[in-house]
Design a protein around this ligand. Structure first.
Ligand SMILES: [Zn+2]
Length: 402
């Protein structure tokens, strides 16, 4: 199906070319072309981004710039060069002084600046200060667990808080966060899902609604929630999570469109339209890929492959080059498949989409409301381009902690 939401993909099909060099990084001349583009875009970002007193989030605000700076530091900075860390510190400092307590998630709430500050000060060797931010994050747990008005999804809810904890464990070791806090929030998410599954008479154990609607995608829906639960590392929690989530993913398998794309909500009348991380196959693919790794059931691998094929056909979005609903976020579908299978066809797809992103602004895409931001704009595109250079160590930002 051709779509008015996407540009026609006119790239030639994969010819069998090997794309990695002897260090298992992206080979030349692709590497050089993408590095040049990153340098140009970073220069533009650093010269143009104006901090916004009203938006400290990672998703569209100031902390998102800090998040990109941490990524640039970890991928590019020579020993002793703290330039990117300093920018991250400058971006985060005001955010930390005006935490609002109104939102709890990593992407859109206080958990974002707090978790980033912990990692930043850990890298700067200021361990006590890092500890203080972790404790502030842990202090939010009681409210996250007990506030019945909170949803469970990634963008504003409990799984969004859980993702900040997993991010910290990924960067600083599993023991950096209290086991009780992780167990507490996981318990609250499972309980909430069990209660909703019972209320809705579901044939699978965990169900979640957002604003009384059964969203299915990564940002507000089931794919994001199940994926985040499966990333919990504690052995004492894993058995139960894996047992409960598997029948849910089997249910998700049955919902897919013939094209390989995935619906945005249960009973949605809008049909097979959106191919975004937030709504559609580019969000579900992460869940299918991890499910295949854990359960070794080939149906999940086949579903993940179907996601990649639909993103290849319909993923060059007119909405722009961003992470949430843009070409960069869609490209992580291919990086995920490449990491899972090491089939270079998927790396080829990612490289072609990266080349598309290197032509930033030249396709007549719509300009997002927050054009320089991490999840809607240029910062996220840069994040993706950096990841393509080292594809085996890439991961969808703030979401995939494999
Ligand atoms: Zn989106």
């Amino acid at each position: 199906m051709e779509s008015d939401r996407a540009f026609k993909n006119s790239f030639p099909d994969y010819s069998g070319e090997a794309l990695l060099d002897s260090n298992r990084k992206l080979k030349e001349p692709y590497q050089h072309k993408i590095v040049k583009s990153i340098e140009k875009l970073v220069k533009h970002l650093e010269g143009s981004f104006e901090p916004d007193r009203k938006d400290d989030s990672i998703y569209t605000g100031n902390a998102g710039q800090a998040f990109l700076s941490l990524h640039l530091h970890s991928k590019f900075a020579p020993a002793g060069d703290d330039r990117h860390l300093q920018r991250a510190r400058d971006m985060l400092r005001p955010c930390l002084q005006r935490l609002t307590g109104s939102r709890v998630s990593f992407l859109c709430g206080d958990a974002g600046p707090l978790a980033l500050a912990a990692v930043l000060y850990h890298k700067l060797g200021k361990l006590e200060r890092a500890r203080g931010y972790i404790e502030s994050l842990e202090d939010m747990c009681d409210r996250v667990c007990s506030d019945s008005s909170l949803p469970d999804e990634i963008l504003y809810g409990r799984c969004g808080y859980l993702s900040a904890l997993i991010f910290l464990q990924h960067n600083m070791g599993e023991d950096c966060v209290s086991k009780e806090v992780v167990a507490g929030v996981v318990e609250a998410i499972l309980k909430s899902g069990e209660a909703m599954a019972k209320r809705e008479r579901c044939s699978y154990p965990l169900m979640y609604l957002w604003h009384e609607k059964a969203y299915l995608g990564a940002a507000h829906g089931l794919a994001g929630i199940y994926f985040m639960l499966l990333q919990v590392q504690s052995p004492s929690l894993q058995d139960r999570i894996r047992r409960q989530v598997r029948p849910c993913i089997d249910f998700m398998l049955t919902l897919r469109f013939a094209s390989g794309n995935c619906p945005s909500s249960l009973g949605s009348a809008s049909g097979d339209k959106l191919v975004h991380w937030c709504h559609g196959a580019p969000g579900w693919v992460h869940m299918f890929a991890l499910a295949f790794k854990i359960y070794k059931d080939k149906r999940y691998l086949d579903a993940a492959r179907d996601c990649a094929e639909v993103v290849w056909r319909r993923g060059l979005l007119q909405k722009g080059y961003g992470i949430c609903h843009g070409t960069a976020g869609n490209s992580y579908t291919f990086l995920t498949l490449f990491k899972l299978t090491e089939d270079q066809r998927f790396l080829y797809y990612a490289v072609r989409f990266a080349e598309w992103c290197c032509e930033y602004g030249k396709h007549g895409c719509r300009t997002p409301d927050r054009p320089l931001s991490m999840f809607e704009g240029m910062a996220g595109t840069v994040y993706f381009l950096v990841d393509v250079l080292d594809p085996l160590n890439s991961a969808f930002p703030c979401f995939d902690f494999q």
